[in-house]
Design a protein around this ligand. Structure first.
Ligand SMILES: NC(=O)c1ccc[n+]([C@@H]2O[C@H](COP(=O)([O-])OP(=O)(O)OC[C@H]3O[C@@H](n4cnc5c(N)ncnc54)[C@H](O)[C@@H]3O)[C@@H](O)[C@H]2O)c1
Length: 251
């Protein structure tokens, strides 16, 4: 692969699953570009400090992943700072709950823009860097919600199903350039977003009961699958989706 220090970009890295993945990759020896929206400035700075305390480089970049101009500027900053990018983890995502019959069009658009279009834009912006070296690892954070879903989350489910379909075709296009693309589908994970499903103790208990491992996931539970897809152990694995849900969805 490369004799250089490995580098990765994690979007939506200021908290929750993205933060855990960024720190987890730093512990595995990566230098990190960590992205979030400007509103998360202070918390993103604390993630950068945590990564630097591990002896790795951290480059904090503010960009709304649904904004093409900001995403392209982010890719340029990464190229100028690290010179190359081994892996990208498209983790930034939003969930706005609402039943279909009353769902506002703007909620549909926002969820699709960040979760689906954001994934596409970030990948498009870093592909030239990866293709130039004939090497890349793309890991897209989808969701079991994109396979199974839950009431009030039809638009979220659609956005995550879009990410999985996109990834399967992307894998077919970029394999020739030594680039793999895979999805990780977290289950119910205790984060700010996860609390949407967990605030009500009865609902929380019912998710625990539905989970083979009988517990709610922690952000750290997601790291191993992402690190695997980002590594050379997964050099011959592409276009796949892996559920990390403690046993809720079995396909
Ligand atoms: N928590 C769960 O139960 C769960 C389950 C399945 C999948 N996921 C997925 O995992 C990913 C991370 O979720 P989480 O639970 O850590 O959520 P979270 O809300 O705690 O964190 C999401 C992060 O993305 C950032 N973000 C939002 N919009 C952005 C944008 N336009 N540009 C850049 N950054 C943006 C947020 O500021 C935040 O830091 C999401 O893609 C989510 O859909 C979460």
């Amino acid at each position: 692969m490369t004799d250089k220090i490995r580098t990765a970009l994690v979007t939506g890295a200021s908290r929750g699953i993205g933060r855990a993945i960024a720190v987890g990759l730093a512990k595995r020896g990566y230098d990190l570009a960590i992205n979030d929206i400007e509103r998360q400035k202070d918390v993103l700075a604390s993630v950068a400090a945590e990564i630097e305390a591990l002896g790795r480089r951290a480059l904090a970049i503010f960009a709304d992943v649904s904004n093409k101009g900001e995403v392209e500027a982010m890719a340029k900053t990464i190229a100028a700072t690290f010179g190359h990018l081994d892996a990208v983890v498209n983790n930034a995502g939003i969930l706005i709950a609402g039943d279909v019959d009353g769902l506002k069009e703007e909620y549909w658009d926002s969820v699709m823009d960040v979760n689906a279009k954001g994934t596409f834009l970030v990948i498009q912006s870093v592909l030239p860097m990866m293709k130039a070296r004939k090497y890349g690892r793309i890991v897209n954070i989808a969701s079991i919600g994109g396979k199974h879903g839950a009431p009030s989350q039809a638009h979220y489910s659609a956005s995550k199903a879009a990410v999985m379909g996109f990834t399967r075709v992307l894998a077919q296009e970029v394999g020739v350039d030594g680039i793999t693309a895979n999805c990780v589908c977290p289950g119910i994970i205790l984060t700010d977003m996860g609390r949407v499903n967990l605030d009500d103790p009865t609902v929380k208990k019912s998710w625990q009961d539905k989970t083979a491992m009988r517990r709610i996931g922690d952000p750290e539970d997601v790291i191993g699958a992402v690190a695997f897809f980002a590594s050379d152990d997964a050099a011959f694995v592409t276009g796949q989706t892996l559920n990390v849900d403690g046993g809720i969805v079995f396909s």
